[in-house]
Design a protein. Structure first.
Length: 332
């Protein structure tokens, strides 16, 4: 569900209210700009992380601000023992860095001591890396869609969702936010999908992603089947649906659940399937077909090469210089 318009302001106000008195006054000066400068979901994450941090500090008898490297180490170890992955812990550290900036306090993690502490935890393998989402490539998507009918409403929706997600390389939040007026069907049967904002487009410049004619036809089938002509493209289907209108927009978490459920029904291992599996699979298919990193970044809206390199790590291992040399030596 979309966040209320005043959600960022409320979140920032809560962060300020939980700070010690004198620091709260400092933070209040920048708060009006902060909630306007960042996306609603970013601010929502800050509030959630800040609540967790304040609860931890209260439990151990420490002030949330200013903090120190030893307290941060206790927090990180506590989180790791609870099973939190490295990416999640780094998200907490990023939130705390922002709050320290807001309070005009030095961030302990910027110190040599903080950097060494975090490196030591990673080196000791106490902090585990997050597992990469399993890829949904075009081949595995075919195994899923071959089992879907053109009659059942959920089958039609899920077929369209999966192939649109793959071809556009959209993030799950972008998929959930798709509206009918974002679609521009072309004369040749293809379609352009407009993405008004994204994780890497915080200023809302927007982007267009193409759909092939076959995928656009599957999308049209869903829109016709559901009689959706405006508003959200992807909507929930009640278990007891009897033909009434679909009302509720799916949430980003629903995208992951749909991908996982459909993979399971197709007999695919689904324990690491996530809402980003089509992005991983699409990137791997592009790498496999010799598209360059710059072209892949443009297709999927990546701002840096890091994620593309990560998704293609195993594929590129079989294509490195030594692997190519050995294949040449082996001959035809």
């Amino acid at each position: 569900m979309p966040l209320p318009a005043d959600a960022p302001k409320a979140a920032i106000d809560e962060i300020v209210s939980l700070a010690p008195g004198a620091l709260a006054e400092r933070m209040q000066l920048l708060a009006p700009y902060l909630h306007r400068a960042y996306a609603k979901n970013t601010v929502r994450v800050w509030r959630s992380n800040w609540r967790m941090w304040c609860a931890f500090c209260e439990a151990i008898g420490e002030e949330p601000l200013p903090t120190s490297v030893p307290v941060l180490e206790r927090f990180l170890v506590h989180g790791a023992n609870r099973g939190l992955k490295r990416a999640t812990l780094e998200q907490y550290l990023a939130t705390l860095a922002t709050v320290h900036d807001l309070a005009r306090l030095p961030n302990p993690m910027d110190s040599l001591e903080g950097g060494l502490m975090w490196k030591a935890l990673r080196r000791e393998r106490l902090v585990k890396k997050q597992r990469q989402a399993a890829p949904l490539t075009w081949e595995t998507i075919g195994q899923i869609t071959n089992r879907l009918s053109g009659i059942d409403a959920a089958d039609v929706r899920d077929h369209a969702l999966i192939v649109v997600a793959y071809e556009t390389l959209m993030r799950r939040s972008e998929l959930a936010a798709m509206n009918v007026d974002h679609l521009d069907f072309q004369r040749d049967g293809s379609c352009l999908v407009f993405i008004p904002f994204s994780k890497t487009d915080q200023e809302g410049e927007g982007d267009h992603r193409p759909l092939s004619a076959p995928t656009a036809a599957v999308l049209r089938m869903w829109l016709d089947r559901s009689a959706i002509s405006e508003g959200a493209v992807w909507r929930t289907i009640p278990p007891t649906w009897r033909g009434e209108a679909f009302m509720n927009r799916i949430a980003p978490d629903d995208v992951a659940r749909i991908f996982k459920r459909r993979a399971l029904r197709a007999g695919l291992p689904a324990d690491t399937i996530s809402g980003h599996s089509t992005r991983v699979g699409g990137a791997q298919d592009l790498i496999e077909n010799n598209f360059g990193t710059a072209a892949i970044m443009l297709a999927g809206g990546w701002k840096t090469e890091r994620m593309v390199a990560k998704y293609g790590r195993k594929l590129n291992a079989s294509r490195n210089a030594m692997a190519q040399l050995q294949r040449k030596r082996a001959g035809p």
